[in-house]
Ligand binder design. Sequence first.
Ligand code: FE2
Ligand code: FE2
Length: 281
Amino acid sequence: MRLTCLVDDSSGISNPFLSISKIPGNFLAEHGLSLLVETDQGKRVLLDAGSSEGTFVHNLNLLGLRPKDIDLVFISHGHYDHLGALPLLLREGIPVHTHPLTFQGRRFVEASGVRKEIGPSDELLSLLKEHPPSYDDRPKELANGVSTTGEVFRRTDFERPSSFHREQNGELVPDLVMEEQALCLSTRHGLVVLTGCGHPGVVNILSQVRMHTGRKLLMAAGGFHLGKADANLLLRTVDGMKQAGLEKVAPMHCTGFAATKLFSDRFPGFLLLGAGCSMEL
Ligand SMILES: [Fe+2]
Ligand SMILES: [Fe+2]
């Protein structure tokens, strides 16, 4: 199985000592995430679609691929920075799988007293009526060795998103982003867990995977949403991830600099994967 970072907040470099190769070409970076999984049987499953069609298509072309070469799109949650190329993929007729709440209600984030809309665009919402995704909040196998976690149960008391709101019956209510699911990849050496933004809390996500599968966790990669985390949250998250038995971590996207630095200090298996980086799992 092969994992390639298609869109991320940074553009990557190769590291032959860590078996990370960099596909030739100038990959663009933007605030968003899209990860491509290629199974041993040749199925291409995409986790999320970056935040803009232009960056997505530019980077995909550098892989020698076109949108129609993707077999299935899994959308982790309903924030714009994971939905950018989804209209294009829907128009191409690529099947989409996600949680039933992903496209429900307008979504907002508040920072420094400013409210910003961060949900799906009107264009995307109208395309979804013509090309309905398959919805499931339970774990589901999407391809051989590629499964969703199902809705993530909140177990820890320190991982609580507080800045998000969603529209419900005409009112704004706090949004725990309950729709966010992660992907589990089954490899010879253990499970690889891919997170979109990690809003449920990465420790909660890993606990869910361990309880459902009972299998060894090899690696967590993706957005861990720790950019505004205080020291307590950072340290408890790193401790929780170490207790989960991970050998490797690849923080990306919204993880934040301080958290990424802490992961690099605390995990011998720290990996830096930016857009264009690829590794065999
Ligand atoms: Fe995100
Ligand atoms: Fe998000």
